[in-house]
Design a protein around this ligand. Structure first.
Ligand code: ADP
Length: 192
């Protein structure tokens, strides 16, 4: 199993690169942002509860996200691995993920950290907002999301650095350049 976490601030291109990765390495993409947007569209109980946090740029409570993610993950059988996108975002989530994948005998292989400057993040999200239709892509909410990232999620880099799993990718290049760097890291992990 190849279990990869794609990590980075909002707007770093995690979703785009995840699409490239799943095509080449045949992994299952688990994006908590995408799952939450589906729940909101369906106006499910979880979706409606989550919307309040998302619209405000806050994280959805750990318990809700953890249940949602593992519920989705359980639907896939006989797979080559997962790419976790947007998860974990807190230490509680990271510890729960480690506990679960280790119990299943398929620990996290790599954490790909897409490194992008804060100025560039803001520009990318503002550009994306013109066509994303996302209610959380407005200037004020984006600023809040970046702050929440810095306080609650960024510290996880240290958690994975200590485990020796952290690989920093320069996220400032073109989509192709960034993917090439990702391929090098994954291929070297796989020994190809
Ligand atoms: P981005 O990559 O732009 O930050 P996402 O699509 O990953 O956006 O997430 C959108 C919103 O969904 C977040 O701002 C947060 O409110 C919520 N969310 C997504 N993943 C998580 C998570 N793992 N824990 C808590 N909230 C989450």
């Amino acid at each position: 199993m190849l279990n990869v976490i794609i990590f980075g601030a909002p707007g770093t291109g995690k979703g785009t690169q995840s699409e490239n990765i799943i095509k080449k390495y045949k992994l299952v993409h688990l994006s908590t942002g995408d799952i939450l947007r589906e729940e909101m569209r369906a106006e499910s109980q979880i979706g409606l509860a989550a919307k309040k946090f998302i619209d405000d740029g806050q994280l959805v409570p750990d318990g809700v996200i953890i249940d949602l993610l593992f519920d989705r993950a359980a639907k896939h059988k006989d797979i080559q691995g997962y790419i976790f996108d947007g998860f974990p975002r807190t230490t509680v989530q990271a510890e729960k993920l480690d506990e679960t994948v280790e119990r299943d005998g398929a620990p996290i292989s790599l954490v790909l950290y897409l490194d992008v400057s804060e100025e560039e993040l803001f520009k990318r999200i503002m550009y994306r907002s013109q066509h994303s239709g996302r209610c959380d892509d407005t200037a004020d909410v984006v600023r809040k999301r970046i702050e929440v990232y810095k306080h609650q999620t960024y510290p996880l880099l240290d958690y994975y650095r200590k485990q020796g799993k952290l690989k920093t990718i320069n996220g400032m290049g073109t989509i192709e350049e960034v993917f090439e760097e990702i391929e090098e890291v994954i291929d070297s992990y796989l020994g190809v």
